[in-house]
Design a protein around this ligand. Sequence first.
Ligand SMILES: N[C@@H](CCC(=O)N[C@@H](CS)C(=O)NCC(=O)O)C(=O)O
Length: 205
Amino acid sequence: MRAWRIPYSTNVERVALALGHKGIEVEWVDVDPRDRSEVARISGQELVPVLEDDDGRIVADSTAIIRHLEERVPSPPLFPRQPARRAELLVFLEWFDRTWKRPPNAIEGEYRRPAPDEARIERLGRAIQGSLALFEELLGGRDFLWGDAFSAADCSAFPFLKYAVLWDEGDDERFHRILRDWLRPDGGYPAVRAWIERVDVRPRA
Ligand SMILES: N[C@@H](CCC(=O)N[C@@H](CS)C(=O)NCC(=O)O)C(=O)O
């Protein structure tokens, strides 16, 4: 398989974790963030990650790629086998992308405006900060977000929540700084911090 990536991409890291879990080897193609022409040509859109399977199939979007990998290489799994539990996990993935990600994206949008609305940024930031309590409860008495086994939920959420604890000095993405600034655990959320350390040592393709 081949996969297209840019440095420090959260959505690329989701796929790297899924590939690493399944032990799938991939040939990475590094994309110049300022030149998306190759990605656009192969996938019809400009965002990474994009995966090319060995049969030539092209899949864009990190969640679609993880679902595709699960179909192609079912073991070790990233989704529960039981259909109802699997559907619940798909709901979580959708909630994370459509609801949880909205405040940091909106803050980034505010900073692009000539006069950012500081009160709105504060309100949105508090929503990010408040979500830590929910993740702390999701991790109550279990090692991973969806139970005792590593799953697609961990692949999806870790690359964003990790900014509560981890920071790479080479990273100058504003979106990541927003996450770091609003996810500060300030000595609390021990289950979230332990989970970040637990997932951070997992293999990545
Ligand atoms: N829904 C897509 C979103 C992909 C996405 O936003 N990719 C970012 C990198 S994390 C990107 O290519 N952004 C354009 C840029 O940074 O110029 C997914 O989950 O893969």
